[in-house]
Ligand binder design. Structure first.
Ligand code: ARG
Length: 393
């Protein structure tokens, strides 16, 4: 049997590689993708895969695709599930899609991943595989063998699998351009405050620079294209903004999340750039979209984020919803200033050629329109209520 394994080089996927060889008697092809982590990691994963006897290793830098085809869509849809800007969720799709592509090219008998049976990533992998290769067999050794971390660490030691140096830190960490997630260990207890040591992208808000900083984001068609007046490609813009906002302590999220299976889980995220960009984007939409559009779009955003969280990126409904979102984004053009200051990010200035804000009409200082007309509009608003009250209720 020949299997293509999504391989990050972490504990789960390293153990899976060996289990696939030993227990499933498979020859394993490994696929590693970069979605904006430290590029060192790609090299390390490749070395490890070779050490563990991969028959062929594939390495891909998917950062550009991740930003342009996934993150930008999520900004347009104001993608947030509960309090979570969907960083891990979004990144699983280009990885799973690549895995399927390699599986087809290499003519394998099955694809494999290292997801556990408790989390959301299994939904994202399995559903993407099912939608892109309906007859493909899926092997998920950690889930199938009901493994836990302790067992995996012992197995790794017994089988000479090099395990990451930070293995005594009990946290499970996932990182990409759009954010970093920290779970597990003592964080599993919702009573426990997150210790400062878990954070890497953000300063403690109390340690942030004294002076606030303003960042200006330029949008075109709902997509951020400029940072402080300079045109940037998406990955660079997000990286630079992660640094600026992170330094000011922006983007720490500590929340109880409802996983796809219904489990409640304590989640900590750092997402400085995502926090600023989502606020800026929403700030611009408030200026240019009509009240009715904003209201309807909010319900679309909720549905969109749910789909993305639960593994259904490649479901036709996500594309249908994006058709609506894309139409609204034509006018989401302009500049937004966000002030970052000791952990907060606040929109302080907005401008757009498509602004629906009319100073002449709304100003306290100007005549604008004949106010007397308002009274009759309001009278009709109360029409049915008045009839109801007259009944003596
Ligand atoms: N709760 C987040 C999600 O479902 C983060 C998951 C992190 N995944 C991981 N394998 N550590 O997207």
């Amino acid at each position: 049997m020949k299997v293509a394994l999504a391989f990050s080089g972490g504990l789960d996927t390293s153990v899976c590689l060996r289990i696939l060889q030993e227990k499933y008697e498979a020859e394993v092809v490994t696929v590693t993708a970069n979605v904006g982590q430290n590029p060192e990691k790609l090299k390390k994963a490749e070395e490890k895969a070779k050490e563990l006897g991969t028959i062929k290793h594939f390495s891909f830098d998917l950062s550009k695709e991740f930003v342009e085809k996934y993150i930008f869509k999520s900004i347009k849809a104001n993608g947030i599930y509960e309090d979570y800007p969907l960083s891990t969720a979004l990144a699983r799709y280009p990885i799973a899609a690549k895995l399927v592509e390699i599986a087809k090219n290499e003519d394998v008998d099955a694809v494999a991943h290292g997801c556990t049976g408790k989390g959301n990533d299994q939904f994202r992998f399995d559903t993407t595989i099912a939608l892109k290769a309906p007859d493909m067999k899926i092997i998920a050794p950690v889930r199938e063998m009901n493994l836990d971390r302790k067992w995996e660490i012992k197995y790794a030691k017994d089988h000479n699998i090099p395990i990451p140096v930070d293995i005594d830190k009990p946290y499970s960490i996932d990182e990409n351009l759009w954010g970093r997630s920290i779970e597990g260990g003592k964080l599993e207890d919702p009573k426990t405050e997150p210790p400062e040591e878990i954070f890497e992208l953000t300063s403690a808000p109390s340690e942030a620079p004294k002076e606030p900083q303003k960042v200006e984001i330029g949008f075109e068609g709902g997509t951020p294209i400029e940072l402080n007046g300079n045109k940037k490609d998406g990955a660079t813009l997000i990286k630079e903004l992660n640094q600026i906002a992170g330094k000011h302590g922006v983007g720490r999220i500590d929340t109880i999340e409802d996983r796809a299976l219904g489990l409640k889980s304590r989640e900590i995220y750092e997402a400085p750039a995502a926090t600023v960009l989502l606020k800026a984007h929403k700030g611009l939409e408030q200026l240019v979209l009509t009240r009715e559009e904003l209201k309807f779009k909010e319900s679309v955003e909720g549905l969109w984020s749910d789909l993305v969280y639960r593994g259904m990126w490649f479901d036709p409904l996500r594309e249908d919803l994006d058709a609506f979102v894309d139409k609204t984004q034509k006018r989401v053009v302009g500049k937004i200033k966000v002030k970052v200051d000791h952990g907060s990010a606040t929109v302080v200035s907005r401008e757009s050629p498509f602004s629906l804000h009319e100073p002449e009409l709304v100003s306290f200082d100007k005549f604008g329109f004949d106010q007397r007309g308002s009274a009759s509009a309001i009278k009709f608003q109360a029409l049915q209520g008045r009839l109801y009250r007259k009944l003596g209720e």
